[in-house]
Design a protein around this ligand. Structure first.
Ligand code: IPE
Ligand code: IPE
Ligand code: MG
Ligand code: MG
Length: 390
């Protein structure tokens, strides 16, 4: 595909079609959000499950100019480092308290895309970094992410994560929250090993902002007045901040100047924003089996994400009323009906358009880096962040 076609209306239509073909609109959900009697047997592939996605959409060329043609190529670039990151991660999780090991191993061995550590490692490569600090820092970043997931699933009352029952569904909320705390504090023990105040500051600021974002989100549950600006503030804090930290840290260990580090942070912020917007679309459009999470978690929690915020402002009066009633009376709400309504409007196209804008901004921030295969990998990840189906 030529670059000129890449941002065309036709291309956007293809992306939307790919999203829609993954929907199972006519079939009952595989795992209804509030049903507790079916444990899905699927297993998300360990280590970078997204890299194994057979879906053509995630594996097709995005640009003739990019030598990185699919996500497997990104995997090849980072494989050696990511194997070290994974073994380091596992070696750090040995507590005398058996329950801690059980829960930590459960969530970490269930895989996940490892996108944040992959980014950190790829960026370190692109900057020509020669040391081994990136292995420990990548593990720290993934551990912080894992801790937020344990807490987030309790708060969101989510029942499925990485293709398995969530930890709190098995061990209960208290155990999940406490082991989340264990993982946070473990990550701080590990980051101290970097012996750098700057590293400590970036990571402690990011962790603090993530908590702020999650609380801001909680305060906006059921808030039909939530603005786009509020939404973007929340996702910047709860999600993009950790991407920002992962990218800034690569600049720090590679000894780059303040201006470059700031630009790398911007890259992470834009990319993380695109990634979360896409996540919010997937909560309506994905195939829950391949996503490894139940669709409708956001809606069922009264969380108004960009597709609904768009419709509340731009939808017909009937659409606005349907959403308001569903949010105000969750006991009467039918997610399947809401989902079908959302998909049939321009809400998804608009929201994915926003994600694409952030992805393009992220690409522009990469101008501070010299061309290399690793940089091409980073450009590919920018596209993946908003086009992904998992
Ligand atoms: C989930 O992140 C939380 C969000 C910020 C959307 P990921 O989609 O990266 O989750 P895993 O690690 O791959 O499971
Ligand atoms: C991301 O938001 C939460 C964190 C940053 C921890 P979501 O609540 O949308 O993430 P998922 O969908 O549960 O993975
Ligand atoms: Mg959640
Ligand atoms: Mg989500």
């Amino acid at each position: 595909m030529a670059m000129a076609d890449f941002f065309s209306v036709e291309f956007m239509r293809d992306i939307l079609a790919a999203h829609n073909t993954t929907n199972r609109l006519l079939k009952p959900p595989l795992f209804h959000p509030k049903r507790n009697d079916f444990i899905p047997q699927l297993k998300v592939q360990e280590h970078c499950s997204f890299l194994y996605n057979s879906d053509q959409q995630n594996n097709t060329d995005v640009s003739m100019e990019n030598p990185i043609k699919n996500i497997d190529d990104v995997m090849t670039l980072t494989q050696a480092d990511m194997e070290k990151v994974n073994s380091h991660l596992k070696s750090q999780l040995n507590s005398d308290v058996v329950l801690i090991n059980q829960i930590a191993a459960y969530i970490i061995n269930n895989g996940g895309k490892r996108l944040r550590p992959v980014l950190h490692v790829l960026l370190a490569q692109a900057l020509g970094y020669q040391g081994d600090e990136h292995i420990n820092l990548a593990a720290v970043i993934e551990l912080i992410h894992t801790a937020t997931l344990l807490h987030d699933d309790v708060v969101d009352e989510s029942e499925m994560r990485r293709g398995e029952k969530t930890s709190h569904e098995i061990w209960g909320n208290s155990a999940s929250v406490l082991v989340g705390d264990f993982l946070y504090s473990k990550s701080f023990q590990m980051m101290v090993k970097a012996d750098s105040m700057r590293v400590m500051k970036i990571l402690s600021d990011a962790t603090n902002k993530i908590s702020e974002g999650e609380v801001q989100q909680l305060l906006n549950i059921g808030n039909l007045e939530i603005s786009e600006a509020d939404y973007f503030q929340i996702i910047a804090n709860k999600t993009a901040k950790l991407f920002e930290a992962a990218c800034e840290l690569a600049g720090v260990i590679a000894g780059k100047g303040d201006e470059t580090i700031k630009e790398l942070g911007q890259f992470g912020m834009f990319l993380g924003t695109a990634f979360q917007i896409a996540d919010d679309v997937l909560d309506y459009t994905a195939d829950d089996e391949s996503l490894g999470k139940n669709l409708g978690d956001d809606f069922n929690e009264g969380k108004l994400t960009l597709p609904l915020i768009f419709l509340l402002k731009n939808g017909t009066q009937a659409q606005q009323q349907t959403i308001s009633q569903a949010i105000e009376h969750p006991e009467l709400a039918d997610f399947e009906a809401i989902k079908n309504m959302v998909i049939q409007t321009e809400a998804i196209e608009y929201t994915l358009g926003q994600a694409q804008n952030y992805s393009n901004k992220a690409k522009r921030s990469l101008n501070v880096i010299n061309d290399s295969k690793a940089k091409s990998g980073l450009e590919f990840v920018c596209d993946y962040a908003w086009k992904r189906t998992v």
